[in-house]
Design a protein around this ligand. Structure first.
Ligand code: IMP
Length: 434
């Protein structure tokens, strides 16, 4: 029996959706533990494309249970839309989805509050997804948030939501941000949504405890990425939740003692969306090439992603924080056309080589990559599913990433489809996911 966390080892968008989908057959429960509809997982099954923002992608596997844990902020209307889309595709949502009664409710007025901080010239703009995620977590930590259990309590909800939205609207108006929110119409819409969602909401910590007693396997699906973690990421250019492996416990109520292993997912290069330092960013034509070949545009916001080269110090830090010894290297095929590929093997700050990730973004902004140049392979790796069939230089490249990070590349993705995947035989990845 094993309970595994799979998460983004970089700044998000590493290809978690495909991996969760690939691994879901080995697990009974697929669980999200943090974030909200700022995350977007795209899954291609044959000709059908699903973009799931809140519901774990494992729900697309008949018989599997998908859980939205207490660590999430849930926009009930966005969730309802997603469940309707899934029902229309034939998914048995009533049987397969459970939502924690402790998850926080995200309101449209949270977006207004976010506009205040993102538009305030006196503050750094984080470049958020503008979904209201940060303000919703602020209300949670401020102990004035509304949870799914409150949402189902008609009278309590109507009273508290009016108060909370009025607060948000007053703040926004003070900054000249007009709301256009019809509070009463929204209360009525929410109450309707509550009735539809009611059968799915419960104490998911008990559900998971029962599942573990019955010997079921749990897959925890991280959203965003390690370097966007509120505590460990490139603060303040981070999201507002615990994207690291530790979040899997606090965000679900499953004790840390029950989590057996962690798998990190890393692109063969790296991207980030929004502001913040990015030591290996490629601001030249090669960055554009990666963006176009890798279709590096946000699945939620459509924003072009910033693209750059594999950053070994960052990945090593990520492995330290999350405790993974095996990783999945995704999008190797995106690098197919390059003559040579730079890899950042270390950082130099103020002339000194450093081996630790700096704590402040001011320090990180000064980091100069120590480059290693690797030869490109100049041939297509798209869809290759055997290690021995990869071109020599591509194998050399992956082996170098393993050497420079000390983390095994147990799986390599060479395209968006399930079968476009190399599983390294004898790897820890293979053992963990067997
Ligand atoms: P927020 O999560 O909307 O508060 O945004 C905070 C930061 O996290 C911004 O830089 C976003 O671009 C980034 N971010 C949030 N969700 C994702 C994601 O799913 N992929 C990549 N970046 C994300």
């Amino acid at each position: 029996m094993s309970n595994i966390v799979i998460l983004g080892a970089q700044w998000g968008d590493e290809g978690k959706g495909k991996l969760v989908d690939l691994l879901a057959d080995h697990f009974d429960y697929i669980i999200r533990y943090q974030g909200g509809h700022n995350a977007g997982h795209t899954i291609l099954i044959g000709e059908r494309k699903f973009v799931l923002r809140l519901v774990p992608s494992g729900i697309l596997h008949p018989g599997k249970t998908a859980i939205i844990g207490n660590g999430l902020v849930v926009d009930p209307l966005a969730l309802l839309e997603e469940t309707e889309q899934l029902r229309a595709a034939g998914v048995d949502v009533d049987q397969q989805l459970r939502i924690s009664n402790r998850a926080q409710v995200l309101l449209p007025s949270h977006r207004l509050v976010e506009k205040i901080s993102e538009a305030n010239p006196a503050k750094v703009a984080i470049g958020t997804t503008l979904r209201g995620i940060g303000p919703c977590y602020e209300d949670k930590a401020g102990r004035r948030g509304i949870r799914m259990a409150d949402f189902l309590d008609r009278e309590y909800f109507a009273d508290t939501v009016r108060g909370l939205m009025a607060d948000h609207i007053t703040k926004a108006r003070a900054f000249g941000i007009e709301d256009g929110i019809d509070v009463e119409a929204l209360v009525a819409r929410y109450q309707e949504a509550a009735e539809k969602l009611r059968p799915l909401v419960c104490d998911t910590a008990y559900v998971l405890a029962g599942a573990m007693r019955d010997g079921k396997n749990l897959l925890f699906e991280g959203a965003q990425g390690t370097m966007l973690d509120l505590d460990h990421g490139t603060y303040p250019f981070v999201t507002s939740s615990s994207a690291c492996a530790g979040g899997a416990s606090t965000g679900t109520g499953v004790p840390p003692t029950k989590i057996n292993a962690v798998i990190g997912i890393s692109k063969a290069y790296i991207t980030r969306v929004g502001g913040g330092p990015f030591p290996t960013e490629a601001l030249d034509a090669r960055g554009d090439l990666i963006r176009n070949r890798g279709r590096e545009f946000g699945s939620v916001t459509g924003r072009p992603r910033r693209c750059g080269w594999f950053d070994a110090p960052l990945l090593k830090y990520s492995a330290t924080l999350n405790g993974f010894e095996t990783m999945v290297v995704t999008k190797l095929d995106v690098l197919d056309e390059l003559d040579e590929i730079p890899v950042c093997a270390g950082y130099r700050i103020d002339g000194k080589t450093i081996s630790e990730m700096p704590a402040t973004v001011r320090e990180l902004a000064k980091a100069e990559p120590v480059w290693e140049m690797l030869p490109g392979w100049k041939s297509s790796t798209e869809g290759i599913s055997e290690w021995d069939k990869l071109p020599n230089a591509a194998r050399q490249y992956v082996t170098f990433l393993e050497e420079v990070t000390g983390v095994e590349a147990g799986c390599i993705s060479t395209g968006p489809e399930r079968n476009q995947t190399v599983r390294r035989s004898g790897s820890l990845f293979e053992k963990i996911t067997r």
